[in-house]
Design a protein around this ligand. Structure first.
Ligand code: MEV
Length: 325
């Protein structure tokens, strides 16, 4: 038997602008995770059990673009495993689906790690990340790659997608992830974030496509907005590395305002962001694709209970307090 797991994630700064080559920061959320378990089996075929989504099926009975089937087919194809082995695969996840916490990327990463360790040899993080990016592209259109990267490395990451480099060559000529800047960074001291879940499922693909439509209609305007977001993300990394939490909170508020301008906030997200600020958070913003999903607030650890209850009173379906170290 082989098991592997991967954490959830949040985007700290720079969502959406990161798709257009601006820097962004993301953090792993280790309180939630996806896990894959692989066992040799006496029954014929590859049987998948994902009780959380009520899935108990033979691989061959699933459409090839089913998120879990796609991971298994792609892995068997690239690793040239033949004949197909008889397997039982169990997938569990405590990461809420379509909430901006990276549940899809975490399932992909956990599953491909478990498959490669069980059937061939463990893949390196770089291989896992490139594989997970290809799967993200199948489901999310034009993702930046930051979600699979932070979930794979399970460390705070500073990420810049290599768009100008890509623009010169077709996607098929460019290795997945080639030319991206991926740097891990370390806070000067631990800091605390509260994550508030609107409970509204919000597929990232849709908000990313809407921002693309805005950008296509007025590139000059949105390039300017993305530049501002990119500067905020760069400055935020410096503030984290020197431990200037007050300014970091201001930067979160500024980033939220720019996300509102991009039309990816929502009344529910704005309500949670306001409630967190009123309850004493140093700063707050939506996190991830927006429209629904999660927001995050930077807090003093002693305010965790107060901010969490304020978020719940303002409609949050759940909160997670996470310390970034
Ligand atoms: C989603 O977690 C982050 C977005 O910037 C999309 C992406 O980077 O692929 C909204």
């Amino acid at each position: 038997m082989t098991t592997a797991s991967a954490p959830g994630k949040i985007i700290l700064f720079g969502e959406h602008a990161v798709v257009y080559g601006r820097p962004a920061l993301a953090l792993p959320v280790t309180q939630v995770h996806a896990e894959a378990e692989i066992l040799a089996s006496n029954s014929t075929g590859i049987w998948i059990h994902a009780p959380g989504i009520h899935l108990h099926a033979d691989l061959n009975s699933l459409p090839s673009d089913h998120p879990i089937a796609a991971v298994i087919h792609n892995f068997l194809f690239i690793s040239r495993v033949s004949p197909f082995p008889n397997l039982e695969i169990k997938i569990t996840s405590s990461i809420p689906v379509a909430s901006g916490l990276g549940s899809g990327a975490a399932v992909t990463v956990a599953l491909v790690r478990a498959l490669s360790s069980f059937l061939v040899h463990p893949m390196t993080d770089e291989e896992v990340n490139a594989f997970a990016y290809d799967i993200e592209k199948l489901h999310h259109g034009t993702p930046s790659g930051i979600d699979n990267t932070v979930v794979t490395y399970a460390k705070p990451v500073y990420f810049v997608k290599a768009t100008s480099f890509r623009a010169e060559r077709s996607d098929s000529e460019v290795e997945a992830g080639e030319g991206n800047i991926i740097e891990t960074f370390k806070p000067a001291a631990p800091f605390t974030i509260v994550i508030g879940d609107t409970g509204i499922p919000a597929p990232t693909k849709e908000s990313v496509a809407d921002v693309r439509r805005l950008w296509e209609a007025d590139k000059a305007r949105w390039e300017g907005v993305f530049d501002q977001v990119g500067e905020i993300a760069k400055e935020a990394r410096t503030r984290i590395e020197i431990g200037d939490w007050r300014l970091l909170g201001d930067l979160m508020n500024q980033n939220h305002a720019l996300l509102q301008e991009m039309t990816v906030s929502s009344p529910e997200l704005d309500r949670l962001v306001d409630a967190a600020r009123k309850a004493g958070a140093v700063g707050a913003k939506l996190s991830g694709g927006g429209r629904g999903g999660n927001m995050i607030a930077l807090i003093q650890p002693e305010n965790a209970d107060e901010v969490s209850s304020a978020l719940k009173s303002a409609g949050a379906k759940g909160t997670i307090v996470t310390q970034v170290i």
